[in-house]
Design a protein around this ligand. Structure first.
Ligand code: PLP
Ligand code: COI
Length: 360
């Protein structure tokens, strides 16, 4: 613990009645807690002026670098309340390490993993009444992010950087509940190329996914799937989720290309499925293997995973001029792994992997 974090409580926190109304139906990413955490960085001072203050708008000079050149990175993790009232995050040190990797790619300063975890813990402690009750599949979604805050229009790494954590109570990411998503395969847009930013969690990757996602919606699909940029042949991921393919013989494949964002949920599933006796392959996985495998029945289940969406079954895949119909219901292994994961997160199963981090 090295950050010295000051605290100025919000003058007007939400009333208990307002909070109860929000937590009854939190949605995703629309309501924010009473406080936010901020830390500043300059080359001379390093990280300094860590503070928790009332949640509210930022005042930024119109020349602030992040607004022009998108020097920005972020993370996403959740805090879960257990039956005894305690509050836990899931593998926060993995998010901290991934943010270090993103910092390197975006020429941003490194926030030490211990400081990242301390900062997230601090906001969760202050706003602990915002963590939804145990027994629901609700959580407090935490969004740490780092932005270039120097007011300067030259193109070079910013010499003033701000790290913040905000928090938002979360229900299901997809409104329809656990039912298979229909995916649109974009053959026009890619999200990452060799040497690009695909493995970093940076806003630009999401900005570039939006037009492809719009196309998916226009095609009557829920989400877009990206292929590799070099050959247009290998499955990468969705705009905000990694992918898994379950074979009828029990083995499981998840794409590995070097240009995807390697999810913390994805890595947990590799361990959970391995423990359950499934052989898991991380390898390049072609779009033809997907189409042919589902059509022949060799692939029995497809699912997507991420912090926000947890584990979500995938049904039909559509592309320009064709489709392959997948299952209309969540597959048994998809649901088994999903259950195993959420049981650990909500403290209903033994945390044999040591993934949970107690905050309160
Ligand atoms: N891929 C992308 C592009 C994402 O935005 C996310 C979400 O964070 C993931 C994968 C899944 O990562 P994680 O499981 O760490 O949330
Ligand atoms: C997450 O799962 O944390 C994501 O980042 C997905 C999306 C909300 C950007």
């Amino acid at each position: 613990m090295t950050l010295d974090i000051s605290f100025v409580p919000a003058a007007h926190p939400r009333s208990d009645a307002e909070l109860a109304e929000i937590l009854a139906n939190p949605g995703f990413g629309t309501h924010f807690t009473d406080h936010m955490l901020t830390v500043e960085w300059t080359p001379e001072q390093g990280w300094h002026d860590a503070r928790v203050t009332a949640y509210g708008p930022l005042s930024l000079d119109p020349a602030t670098a992040v607004l022009h050149y998108a020097q920005e990175i972020f993370e996403g993790l959740k805090a879960y309340r257990h039956d005894d009232g305690s509050i836990w995050t899931f593998r926060p040190e993995e998010n901290a390490k991934r943010m270090v990797g993103s910092s390197h790619r975006l020429a941003l300063p490194v926030l030490e993993p211990d400081d990242f975890v301390q900062a997230v813990d601090e906001l969760v402690k202050v706003d602990q009444r915002w963590v939804p009750e145990a027994g629901s599949e609700k959580s407090l979604y935490l969004r740490p992010f780092m932005i270039a805050t120097e007011a300067f229009l030259g193109v070079r790494p910013s010499e003033h950087v701000t790290f913040m954590v905000i928090a938002s109570p979360a229900g299901a990411y997809f409104k329809g509940g656990i039912k298979p998503l229909t995916l649109w395969l974009t053959e026009e847009y890619t999200r990452a190329g060799r040497g690009g930013m695909g493995a970093a969690k940076t806003g630009g990757n999401y900005a570039s996914s939006l037009v492809a996602q719009q196309e998916a919606i226009a095609q009557g699909c829920d989400q877009v799937v990206f292929l590799d940029a070099a050959e247009g042949k290998y499955v990468e991921e969705l705009g905000g989720m990694n992918m898994y393919f379950v074979y009828a013989d029990g083995h499981i494949v998840t794409p590995a290309t070097g240009t995807i964002l390697e999810g913390i949920t994805r890595s947990a599933i590799i361990e959970l499925a391995g423990k359950a006796g499934h052989q898991v392959e991380e390898r390049r996985f072609s779009i033809d293997e997907w189409r042919e495998g589902v059509a022949s029945g060799e692939i029995s289940e497809v699912f997507a995973c991420g912090t926000a969406a947890v584990i979500t079954p995938v049904g039909t895949l559509k592309w320009e001029g064709g489709e392959v119909q997948g299952s209309t219901e969540a597959g048994p292994l998809t649901m088994e792994i999903r259950q195993a994961l959420v049981d650990i997160q909500y403290g209903r199963a033994d945390d044999t992997f040591g993934w949970m981090h107690q905050v309160v």
